[in-house]
Design a protein around this ligand. Structure first.
Ligand code: MEV
Length: 438
């Protein structure tokens, strides 16, 4: 059967599934039943999911877990996390509990500015372009008035538009570099609509600008798009305590633990191979909350990693120090988030997650997400610098291995008990299961 097809998107759902299973699967009935197993019996809910994207053939589930006991600026939160990695929610919960007993997390929003750019080519006199830009700037703003009306009413909107000369990078290349305040919206649609209007006005008005020659009037718009690099949409989260208060058991003194912890962070600050894994652990926490709250994790990932490399070398997003026996651990991270618009008012689990968080503003959500990242990093570094990561990781992974071998409920209970005092490894679990079954 041919693996190409014309007009696939025009087929109805069941025709799409028929084509997929007939083209790609030897056991068509099994493939079809797996796809159907994940449909929601509530037709309206299923239709909602079908319509999020094109060519939906079923739903892809991720577990939605919660990590309670997060004390943030003296307020308690239970944080929703959508993630498949077995140890992440457990680690977040553990870190939350640890810091609950030590004053909790302190957070603040540093800035909330977002950026968009109109990229264009102009071959002519730069001074004339500057004069044109200055003369047209009020009209650029004015022509977006209908787009920005609601946002302005609420206190947001366009903050500024600058003309940027980029001809040192690319001959003839300039930008309208615009900054925005989008309040509780992530703002992608708002920013892109403004930018496309700027581009239209800019191009049209160039024709009427008397100082331009005929060639100079031909401004060529390349594209208009927001930037997911948001170094001025920044949030900070931190924890502090006396080094002696870091002790949980007597295997290592608080001071020794703090020193080792700071060394681990310093390594991530200096060494890119480590920094990437260190930051990946932070993103375990961040992405899980981003997904649960219906935000765009690809945008966040792109922006965060660009920020981690802002000084020319990829580096840690978190920092730690000991001063006068006070241990401090903090993160500063760019997070352009929304709590209105997009999926936030559409996906029932997103709405539920936001309600669980007390219907936060975008600024409040930035702070909660930053805490989830810091907590995750704390948990990872604590394990790495003490017991090693595998102990906790494999304990959480035990259930995945048992499920892989279709362990019964009784087998799960027996082996979970057994592995409380034995090291979990894939082969050890297989052996224990084998023994139990024989
Ligand atoms: C695993 O998903 C994340 C860690 O590798 C993070 C880290 O090494 O800091 C444990």
């Amino acid at each position: 059967m041919s693996k190409t097809i014309a007009g696939f998107s025009k087929l109805n759902k069941s025709e799409k599934i028929d084509w997929i299973v007939n083209t790609y699967f030897s056991n068509k009935d099994i493939a079809k039943s797996i796809l159907k197993q994940y449909w929601n019996t509530n037709e309206k809910l299923q239709q909602l999911h079908d319509e999020f994207i094109e060519n939906t053939i079923t739903n892809y589930y991720l577990p939605l877990g919660v990590a309670p006991n997060f004390l943030i600026n003296d307020k308690l939160h239970t944080i929703p996390m959508a993630i498949e990695e077995s140890s992440v929610v457990a680690a977040a919960s553990k870190a939350a509990k640890f810091w609950l007993e030590r004053g909790g997390f302190k957070t603040s929003v540093i800035s909330t500015t977002k950026i968009g750019q109109v990229h264009f080519m102009y071959n002519g006199d730069f001074d004339k372009l500057v004069q044109f830009f200055n003369s047209v700037k009020p009209k650029l703003i004015e022509d977006t008035n209908t787009i920005t009306a609601n946002m302005r009413k609420r206190g947001g909107g366009i903050l500024d538009i600058e003309l940027r000369d980029k001809t040192e990078d690319i001959s003839g290349y300039y930008q309208l570099h615009a900054s925005f305040e989008t309040l509780d919206a992530m703002g992608a649609n708002f920013i892109n609509s403004c930018l496309e209007q700027f581009a239209k006005t800019f191009k049209t008005e160039a024709f009427n600008f008397e100082l331009f020659s005929d060639e100079e009037k031909q401004i060529d718009i390349v594209m208009s798009i927001l930037s997911n690099y948001v170094p001025d949409c920044l949030v900070r989260a931190e924890v502090n305590c006396h080094v002696d208060d870091l002790v949980e058991n007597n295997t290592i003194s608080g001071k020794a633990f703090a020193e080792k912890f700071v060394q681990a962070v310093t390594i991530a600050e200096k060494e890119p191979y480590r920094a990437v894994t260190h930051n990946k652990g932070i993103m375990n926490g961040i992405d899980a909350v981003i997904l649960a709250t219906g935000n765009d994790f690809r945008a966040i990932e792109a922006g965060v990693h660009a920020y981690a490399a802002r000084n020319g070398q990829y580096s840690s997003l978190t920092h730690a120090k000991i001063e006068n026996d006070i241990f401090s651990f903090w993160i500063e991270i760019p997070l352009a988030l929304g709590t209105v618009g997009g999926l936030t008012g559409l996906h029932p689990l997103v709405k539920l997650s936001l309600e669980l968080l007390g219907k936060p503003s975008a600024k409040e959500l930035m702070q909660i997400v930053a805490v989830a990242g810091l907590a995750q990093n704390f948990a990872a570094l604590r394990s790495l610098t003490t017991t090693g990561i595998q102990q906790g990781h494999m304990k959480m992974h035990l259930m995945n291995i048992l499920n892989q071998f279709e362990a019964s409920d009784i087998e799960k209970i027996t082996l979970t008990e057994h592995f409380k005092n034995n090291t979990v490894s894939h082969s050890a679990v297989v052996e224990a299961l084998h023994k139990l079954r024989s």
